[in-house]
Design a protein. Structure first.
Ligand SMILES: Cc1ncc(COP(=O)(O)O)c(C=O)c1O
Length: 422
């Protein structure tokens, strides 16, 4: 009866003889005992497998979008696997550089890059800047006039195609804070300005059409819309951005990175695009690599429903609150158990909306003290987390070959007051 689909677990997940979950050769309940909960557990082999698939499918220059999940260990892992890294702020740039990622491998994004962020990127010698506005070009001009080296840039184009999950919408006009609109002529003007500029080396174009996209046809369609522009300018590079979806819950399925790359490359070839085609997936690399472990603290049986409260919540996974996103839940002590009972899994924050799984299937014998896990929580959980209510941010462990290494320590009470100076 409704056991957890194994496909939602990381690559090395296995069930031991007693029904308990092991990831990377480590017993996850022991990980919870050692490191406390909430805890993000990442399967290092899964992360490396997805990076390798991405590099094999797209070739050199393909980037990991660090906004999905970033810490020094993740930055190093992606770089070790041959990926470039997309950083979208000075903060992400700093973490990637501090992790030792060669600056040439960094691609700087952002719709409102400050003079300081651009200056830091030029000083570091990042590989690409994805230019997003004319104001940004003004700032690059100023920095280069003041002696910084001229960067290699891509121009971010908004094709007027928005993709969401299974649908895409051709809006025709770009109503977006990102990039230069194709239809209104802004993209043309931006390319001309960059090409004629002595302060930027124009290498190509960039377009990102959305997130959690399940239908690869959306990418094909966006490429068809972009193609005349791309072909006319004949620039050497085209990045198709990120956005490949992943399955979060029972019954969902998503294209693999290899299938996605195949569609993208074929669509580009069919459209006569000769540029080197690359991409920057985030979620598809990290989402299914991790489970989050919580401890069940309170169970309230109400006439309406049962609330199961755990020791984390919207501070470690804001996606359900922000987007109404669905997740599964299971007990790592009985991974394959039937889950006949329906409950609402909530966090410990002072918000009624602090929901982790609105209608979770769980085993009948779920009890206070159980370690509860939510799979596919490796993307946009840790990175979008907060310490709302001064709840301490969780630790992160990477597991591989029977070893668990702590890569981000749990926040401490001392951290909570470390920035207070008055
Ligand atoms: C420009 C750009 N590239 C890449 C990504 C990564 O997207 P995803 O994690 O959905 O692959 C995003 C996400 O918002 C983005 O805005």
């Amino acid at each position: 009866m409704n056991p957890l689909p194994a496909a939602l677990l990381p690559d090395t997940a296995e069930v031991d003889g007693t029904g308990r979950l092991r990831i990377g050769g480590c017993d996850v309940i022991e990980l919870a005992a050692t490191h406390g909960t909430p805890l993000f557990v990442y399967d290092e082999a899964h992360l490396r497998n997805r990076c390798r698939e991405t590099v094999a499918a797209f070739g050199d220059g393909v980037a990991y979008a660090t906004k999905a999940f970033l810490c020094a260990a993740m930055a190093r892992l992606a770089a070790e696997e041959g990926m470039h890294l997309d950083v979208a702020t000075g903060g992400e740039l700093h973490v990637a550089l501090a992790a030792g990622v060669p600056p040439q491998r960094l691609v700087l994004h952002g719709n409102n890059k400050s003079l300081a962020e651009l200056g830091a990127a030029l000083d570091a010698g990042v590989g690409r800047i994805v230019v997003d506005s004319f104001d940004e070009m003004d700032r690059i001009d100023r920095l280069v006039a003041a002696g910084r080296p001229a960067p290699e840039v891509l121009i971010r184009v908004t094709p007027g195609v928005e993709a969401h999950t299974h649908e895409y919408l051709q809006t025709g006009v770009a109503d977006s804070k990102f990039g230069f609109g194709l239809a209104a002529g802004a993209a043309e003007a931006a390319v001309r300005r960059a090409a004629d500029s002595g302060t930027m080396h124009l290498m190509g174009l960039h377009a990102h059409i959305g997130s959690q996209v399940f239908t690869v046809d959306s990418f094909r369609f966006a490429i068809e819309v972009l193609a005349p522009f791309v072909v006319r300018h004949g620039l050497p590079e085209l990045s198709i951005g990120g956005g490949l979806g992943v399955a979060y819950v029972t019954g969902e399925s998503a294209p693999t990175i290899i299938e996605w790359a195949d569609v993208v490359r074929t669509a580009c070839r069919d459209a006569g695009i000769a540029a080197r085609v690359t991409a920057e997936p985030g979620r598809a690399i990290v989402a299914a690599a991790a489970v989050t472990l919580y401890t069940v603290g309170t169970i309230k049986e109400l006439p309406t429903r049962t609330y199961v409260a755990v020791d984390g919540g919207m501070s470690d996974n804001p996606r359900p609150v922000l987007y109404g996103s669905g997740y599964e839940a299971f007990l790592p002590r009985a991974v394959e158990a039937a889950r006949p009972r329906r409950v609402r899994i909530v966090g410990k924050h002072c918000e009624s909306g602090d929901v982790i799984v609105a209608n979770a299937a769980v085993p009948d014998d779920i009890a206070v003290g159980d370690v509860l896990a939510t799979p596919v929580t490796g993307a946009y959980g840790h990175s979008m987390g907060s310490n709302y209510n001064m709840v301490l941010r969780p630790a992160v462990v990477f597991v591989a070959d029977g070893n668990a290494r702590l890569v981000v320590r749990r926040e401490t009470l001392g951290d909570l007051t470390a920035r207070d100076i008055g």
